[in-house]
Ligand binder design. Structure first.
Ligand code: FAD
Length: 387
């Protein structure tokens, strides 16, 4: 079949063992293991630079997970284990990781279709395409910003921005700010803007970490939280199977910024914003909020419409079990919210999920590759073991 001219093939026209779509931490973690299995693989990422998913988040962001949990397989996060890296340090760590293990990331490639052709997959990005025996979806759970429909009716005099596009207070207009949503992003961004703008936050938090976040918590409390997130709240335990579906879609507890911090900074708290009237946001109590800026910290929705395969249930959810997409053998997913544990979309849960998935993928592979990535991953791991 002559579907696409040879020179439009992404990798010299050969059928690869695996294409990993997404070169964030999830894509890199699984690619590390696959490279160790000497697979012929490539990682495709829409962004220009490895780590950009972190780099392009707001300027003051620090991870809430301590460095001891922020490393990927084969390379601990360097430095103070109880410190909390900045988003740029995490981004740079990922870039170094990809380089160190020679992981073959093709940057600036936005995949717009994955389909089946005969006995293999075809991955398309505009006119370019890759063919592979296996495909891993590692595009993260934070791709499509979610804003309420009534956002479109805000007056044009009100600047509105989703948390994914918020960087710092300088990008806002003079005048009051409304932050909608009281999850971790909302609370942290409200605190960030409260120094320069009169700030209101709308919503109700889903609880709080009951201790002060910081080094002591990293030493004594976060290990317990991590243990529960890795071993209790999983689809492998009765309690996890009961609780996980209820947690999905609900605001996570506030981890670093507490309600008391917002109060101390003079941030005004109101209930949910439910509508827009006369161009202004309105609370459930019917109170219009006279603001010049709205920052939507209202989360994200899945955006896998470009996966042209019969892998979604009636609700549009990808059918998977611990990363194996059973309806289509050879298709895998990693890094999705709650895909096995409450920690699956975070750094502490990722390494375990990647190790499991790589083991399950081991049975399904083509001839070993002798590419630089495989050799680099093996050599670097040997160096780690020797240290
Ligand atoms: P991403 O980092 O989003 O990477 C996905 C990659 O896929 C991107 O590089 C993107 O360009 C690429 N991609 C997407 N679609 C396509 C496509 N169609 N074609 C090609 N490439 C594509 N977790 C923690 O453990 N600790 C924290 O402190 C922490 N803080 C967080 C703070 C914020 C504000 C947010 C939003 C999340 C935080 N998380 C944290 C959760 C999680 O660790 C991060 O969201 C992390 O970036 C997820 O990694 P990922 O690789 O799954 O997805």
């Amino acid at each position: 079949m002559n579907e696409t001219p040879h020179d439009m093939h992404g990798e010299s026209g050969r059928v690869l063992d695996t294409v990993v779509i997404g070169g964030g931490q999830a894509g890199l973690a699984i690619a590390y293991h696959l490279a160790q299995q000497h697979r012929d693989l490539v990682i495709l990422d829409a962004r220009e630079r490895v780590g950009d998913a972190w780099r392009l988040r707001w300027d003051s962001l620090r991870l809430f997970t301590p460095a001891k949990y922020d490393g990927l397989p084969g390379m601990p996060f360097p430095g103070d284990r109880l410190g909390f890296p900045t988003k740029d340090e995490q981004a740079d760590y990922l870039e170094t990781y990809a380089e160190r293990f020679g992981l073959p990331v093709r940057a600036g490639v936005h995949v717009d279709r994955v389909r089946r052709a005969g006995d293999h997959f075809v991955v398309e990005a505009g006119a370019r395409r890759w063919e592979a025996e296996n495909v891993v979806l590692a595009t993260g759970g934070h791709q499509a910003p979610r804003v309420p429909g009534f956002a479109g009716r805000l007056a044009t005099s009100v600047l509105q921005v989703h948390s994914s596009d918020y960087r710092n207070p300088a990008q806002l207009r003079p005048g009051p700010v409304l932050v909608v949503g009281m999850g971790n992003s909302g609370a942290e961004i409200a605190l960030d803007v409260s120094g320069t703008h009169a700030t209101t936050i709308a919503g109700t938090p889903g609880g709080e970490l009951p201790v002060r976040h910081g080094r002591a918590a990293a030493r004594f409390v976060l290990p317990l939280v991590r243990f529960a997130g890795l071993h209790v709240l999983t689809l492998g335990t009765p309690i996890g199977r009961r609780v996980l579906p209820k947690l999905a879609g609900r605001a996570a507890p506030l981890i670093r910024t507490k309600v008391a911090d917002l109060d101390a900074a003079g941030v005004v708290r109101v209930g949910r914003v439910v509508d827009v009237r006369d161009g202004l946001p309105v609370t459930a109590e019917g109170t219009p909020l006279e603001v010049a800026n709205v920052i939507w910290c209202t989360g994200y929705r899945d955006d896998l419409a470009w996966v042209d395969l019969p892998v979604f249930d009636e609700g549009g959810t990808l059918v998977q079990h611990r990363g194996l997409v059973d309806p289509v053998p050879g298709l895998y997913v990693i890094g999705q919210d709650f895909m096995y544990a409450v920690t699956s979309a975070t750094l502490p849960g990722l390494s375990r999920d990647a190790t499991y998935l790589a083991r399950r993928m081991r049975g399904r592979r083509t001839a070993p590759s002798t590419t630089g990535a495989a050799t680099a991953a093996t050599a670097a791991t040997a160096a780690n073991v020797r240290r």
